[in-house]
Design a binder for this molecule. Structure first.
Ligand SMILES: Cc1ncc(COP(=O)(O)O)c(C=O)c1O
Length: 442
């Protein structure tokens, strides 16, 4: 295929939109509820609102809060509403970012600046995180020239505070816990980790990217949720994504600090540019107004009442799916997940083969490694599909049981092989090569 170049002549908006529609043909059917990640769908009414709000502010640029006080106000309100949900109190202050990764990056940058200010002798400030923490932490350490030490989990798949305590040294700037972590959907022992940070005069970040817009409502519905937010003494920052269980359009997350002094360390200013004094709160330069407006709109539209209803629907669907899984011989839920995210594994069959058998039935379950497991994030979009899902899982389990040992093929074989390779550098190289191919027109 020849590489496309800019068309000499334009095409009508109608024809372009038709082409766009055709491009979607191969995409996963997220509205049909057959995927368990990437899209958080709260129904057509919410979708339409996001669409309208996003379009209304699509051209506006949050880079200049002076030019667009509307965006400044909406951002401040999204952050304030989130901080309130997280029990941040009056002094809490934060920013909106493009997503969980940027929120985590900003919190780690803040920790680096904090370390430079208070411990100038430390060359490479250290992050201590449980192995279940999102890769955004190790990616941040890589970009920010920080160290990261991963600590093992306890038997319940939650962070082990004792292991974290043992990892603290003179270089340490910040401890991390998740609420909830992606792989197992559990809330780490945040109060204990935060107490440790407080005792040692360190920072502590809670990754609430997944749970930030779910756990407050899950708790209010009467489920048991351990204290994980600013109520825990010693928590100094929290990331919470509006574009996950907040049901906003993509490009909307928050990072909140216990006080505005800490947030200042996140900001960046370059006073010497010929183009003028440059100052930004987050990593981005231009900041899409649409994402801010859509987040503001959905939070106002749903309100606590709407979020409670959605949380209830997702929690009910989760309980039914978990019960269905546990009713199948040979499958088990890992640990005791606190909300709608969980993993399950099997001592009887190769779970990656089971995953492939589900793929053949049109379901896409995500894959965990170390140990191998299948992974689900349940949303209200799954509520009507529980019976079909469980019955397909039963049939797939039977087929996986009958598959001869070592018979894994295709993606199952690939996942299995990648998990078993001791040379992780080679796996990274392979993954980067794969990505390079994906983004190469041939
Ligand atoms: C626990 C957790 N933290 C952070 C992130 C990163 O969020 P994003 O993909 O929006 O950058 C994710 C993404 O799934 C997550 O599950």
């Amino acid at each position: 295929m020849t590489k496309p170049s800019l068309p000499k002549k334009g095409t009508s908006p109608e024809a372009v939109l038709e082409q766009l529609q055709a491009h979607r043909g191969q995409d996963v059917d997220w509205k049909g509820g057959r995927t368990f990640s990437l899209v958080y769908y709260a129904g057509e009414r919410v979708m339409q609102l996001l669409h309208d709000a996003y379009s209304m502010f699509m051209a506006e640029n949050g880079l200049s809060p002076m030019a667009f006080p509307s965006l400044k106000q909406m951002e401040n309100e999204v952050v304030a509403m989130t901080a309130d949900m997280l029990h941040g109190g009056e002094p809490a202050a934060g920013s909106m970012t493009s997503g969980g990764t940027e929120s985590i990056f900003m919190a780690m940058k803040t920790a680096r600046e904090w370390s430079r200010k208070h411990r100038p002798h430390v060359a490479k400030p250290k992050i201590i995180a449980p192995v279940s923490a999102h890769p955004a932490f190790v990616k941040s350490a890589h970009y920010l020239d920080m160290q990261i030490e991963f600590t093992p989990l306890g038997g319940d798949w939650r962070a082990d505070p004792e292991a974290m305590k043992a990892a603290i040294d003179d270089d340490t700037a910040i401890l991390v816990g998740s609420a909830v972590c992606y792989p197992y959907g559990v809330v780490d022992p945040i109060e204990e980790i935060a107490a440790l940070a407080d005792e040692r005069g360190l920072l502590m970040h809670v990754d609430g990217c997944l749970g930030g817009f779910m756990l407050p409502f899950v708790g209010k519905l009467g489920y048991e949720v351990p204290v994980w937010d600013f109520r825990a003494k010693g928590v100094t920052s929290i990331s919470a994504d509006v574009h996950k269980y907040g049901y906003a359009a993509k490009g909307a997350s928050t990072v909140t600090y216990r006080d505005a002094e800490l947030r200042k360390l996140q900001f960046y200013a370059y006073p010497d540019w010929p183009g003028g004094i440059y100052v930004t709160p987050t990593l981005a330069g231009a900041r899409p107004g649409g994402a801010v407006a859509a987040a503001w709109a959905v939070m106002h539209h749903l309100g606590e009442e709407g979020y409670l209803k959605l949380a209830e629907a997702a929690m009910d669907a989760t309980s039914q799916i978990k019960a269905g899984i546990e009713s199948i011989d040979g499958l088990r839920i890992m640990g005791d997940p606190h909300m709608t995210v969980f993993a399950f594994d099997s001592e009887e069959v190769d779970v990656f083969t089971l995953g492939s058998k589900m793929d053949e039935r049109g379901w896409h379950l995500d894959r965990n490694q170390f140990p191998s497991a299948l992974h689900m994030m349940v949303t209200p979009a799954h509520a009507d599909l529980v019976d079909e899902l469980v019955s397909d899982l039963k049939a797939a389990m039977q087929e996986a049981r009958e598959a001869p040992a070592g018979a894994a093929e295709g993606m199952a074989a690939l996942y299995g092989a990648a998990a078993a390779m001791p040379d992780r550098g080679a796996v990274s190289e392979f993954a980067i090569g794969f990505m390079d191919q994906l983004y190469t027109i041939s």
